[in-house]
Ligand binder design. Structure first.
Ligand SMILES: Cc1cc2nc3c(=O)[nH]c(=O)nc-3n(C[C@H](O)[C@H](O)[C@H](O)COP(=O)(O)O)c2cc1C
Length: 155
């Protein structure tokens, strides 16, 4: 199953994280990475597994790079039945109540359209000493395990 990785960023960290995830995914998952601002919701396919990497800005809002995709999800209202996805969010606990809301907002929007979130929802904290790419690489391993277990179960 091919994996499509979308990133929504303001200052570029999420792009580095998306690339790091693509680098650790097994080659047979044929990972491809896209900026959410350049990806049309019509191109989402239940034949692919979707990974969303998304930062948080403002007061718990989406970064500029994720806004057009979110607006399209609302206006196009695609039927995402059968699409499975996982989310790795970026944020900072100094923002307290709005910590990592960006990734959660996208997850809620995809779920509303019928997609199903699987695996652990990753949340990086910019105030921690852990590098976002290192945390994401470890997280990606858990997502691969989920995808492969599902494939085995499906026969
Ligand atoms: C102006 C500003 C507002 C932010 N607001 C939030 C927020 O509400 N919640 C949160 O968890 N992180 C917030 N962050 C932290 C960013 O999401 C975090 O630094 C992230 O790693 C940036 O990723 P990017 O480089 O892909 O844009 C904010 C950062 C800035 C500079």
């Amino acid at each position: 199953m091919s994996v499509v990785i979308l990133y929504g960023t303001e200052t570029g960290t999420s792009e580095l994280v998306a690339d790091a995830i693509a680098d650790v995914l097994p080659a047979d998952h044929d990972p491809s990475v896209y900026d959410m601002s350049e990806f049309a919701v019509e191109d989402l396919s239940a034949d692919d597994f979707l990974i969303v990497v998304c930062a948080t800005y403002g007061e718990g809002e989406l970064p500029t790079g994720a806004a057009p995709f979110a607006e399209e999800l609302d206006s196009v209202e695609p039927d995402l039945d059968g699409l499975r996805f996982a989310v790795f969010g970026l944020g900072d606990t100094v923002y307290d109540d709005t910590f990592n809301r960006g990734g959660e907002i996208i997850a809620e929007m995809l779920t509303k359209r019928g997609a199903v979130q699987v695996g652990e929802h990753g949340r990086h904290d910019g105030s921690s000493s852990i590098k976002p790419t290192a945390q994401a690489e470890e997280w990606a391993g858990t997502v691969v395990a989920v995808i492969e277990a599902e494939q085995v179960a499906a026969g």
